[in-house]
Design a protein around this ligand. Structure first.
Ligand code: GLA
Length: 413
């Protein structure tokens, strides 16, 4: 299951309601606490002390959705939610890996990797294969994984796992890969071992994440550029609807296919060169669905460029309109939202500028998952309280809300 690696072995649930009543804003566990937890679990399960601890964050995307695989621009940030892995080499050729709520899994490191059980281990197998393709010999090791990235919430827990594990392997083979190479290796693991034809946004965000910076990714050139997010009066609220839909069911791949078909009909080699006039010229041949998918791509690229200008100049007067436009386009043209996400976004938008909300939209792959709200720091508690109460009252589902600033990308602690 995309973005929900630990749930991979559970029966498929269309709706996963959180049974716990959470506080309005859940606090983010510190990296130190997570590392202590991983070390203690490694000791408890394998009776060894760790020599390496790797961490990588999940991500939230501010704007530029479903256009990373269309040569577009995307503007994510690493969140202050991490996957942390504590490990120690053993004297074998086997990786023994434990994680919360799952049986320990063993991976033979002597030959090429294959897709296997349990499903969550495939993210690890894919990353191991990536290192093997680069001719690294990985020594046997014991490892334990802990996570504060909500699962199945559209916050890229799987990219965080891939990037944390790749960083751990860098430590184990005593190398440091260029960050873009590590991100692409992680993305290939997702393609080949999890079967999701994702773009580059999630792995880039998890690997390149930098404190107080948004990551503008030009997906045509593969170049990241840091955009400062250091104004303490601005905050980001992530609201997990606690509704989870399975992207590897084929919806994600179907959207990708639609965009490829659209581009073929237009006859250009990159979406970056496509204008609305190109779409109107081919509208009849495209048919309604491909036309709407294509309109999303062209308009979302334009909105993202505008939003980056706002972040660079500090003039946020149109950011609400851009985020609202992005949400509407994802809902109506790209059809990747759902009722619960629409509600969560509407609740933030209703609070409005007077209440401290600058903009809100769905974030990530969609079909459930989370919304992102850009707001004034002074109003964070109040906004979160209203969103939580109203969402619960209207759906009967307790959402999970947390505030975040740009976190730190994949690294060894
Ligand atoms: C998922 C994919 C990303 C991106 C988003 C939508 O998170 O992994 O590559 O396509 O959906 O923007």
């Amino acid at each position: 299951m995309r973005g929900a690696y630990l749930e991979a072995d559970l029966p498929k649930l269309r709706r996963i309601a959180n049974p716990h009543i959470s506080p309005m804003l859940e606090s983010n566990q510190t990296l130190t606490d997570l590392a202590d937890e991983a070390r203690a679990s490694l000791k408890a399960i394998f009776d060894v002390d760790s020599t390496l601890v790797a961490a990588a964050p999940g991500r939230v995307n501010l704007i530029g959705e479903h256009i990373d695989y269309c040569d577009g621009f995307v503007l994510p940030l690493a969140i202050e939610r991490y996957i942390v892995i504590a490990a120690r080499p053993n004297d074998s050729t086997i990786a023994r890996v434990g994680t919360t709520g799952q049986e320990t899994t063993e991976i033979d490191l002597t030959g090429n990797q294959e897709i296997s059980e349990p499903k969550w281990s495939n993210y690890l197998r894919g990353v191991i294969q990536g290192f093997m393709n680069l001719n690294y010999q990985i020594p046997g090791f014991d490892a334990y994984i802990v996570s504060s990235v909500p699962l199945g919430a559209g916050l890229s827990s799987s990219a965080a796992l891939e990037c944390a594990f790749a960083t751990l392997l860098e430590g184990l083979v005593d190398t440091v890969l260029p960050t873009a190479v590590k991100s692409l290796l992680a993305q290939k693991a997702e393609h080949d071992f999890a079967g999701v034809p994702c773009g580059i946004m999630d792995q880039f965000a998890s690997a390149f994440g930098t404190k107080d910076q948004l990551i503008l990714i030009d997906c045509r050139t593969g170049e990241p550029e840091m955009v400062p997010f250091s104004d303490p009066t601005l905050s980001i609220i992530v609201a997990n609807t606690n509704v989870s839909h399975d992207l590897s069911d084929g919806e994600y791949g179907a959207r990708r296919k639609d965009t490829e078909d659209g581009l073929t009909l237009i006859g250009k080699s990159s979406w970056r060169d496509v204008t609305m006039d190109d779409l109107y010229a081919r509208q009849a041949e495209m048919g309604d669905r491909i036309f709407r998918r294509s309109r999303h791509i062209v308009t979302e690229i334009a909105r993202t460029i505008e939003a980056v200008k706002a972040f660079k100049s500090g003039d946020f007067s149109n950011i609400g309109t851009l985020m609202e436009g992005s949400h509407r386009s994802l809902r109506d043209d790209f059809e990747v939202s759902c009722d619960e996400l629409d509600l969560m976004v509407a609740l933030a938008q209703e609070i409005g500028f007077e209440g401290g909300v600058l903009g809100a939209r769905m974030t990530g792959g969609g079909f459930g998952g989370s919304s992102v709200t850009l707001c004034r720091t002074a109003d964070v508690e109040n906004i979160a309280a209203q969103m939580q109460e109203r969402y619960l009252a209207q759906t009967g589902i307790t959402p999970l809300l947390f505030a975040t600033r740009p976190g730190i990308g994949a690294h060894l602690l």
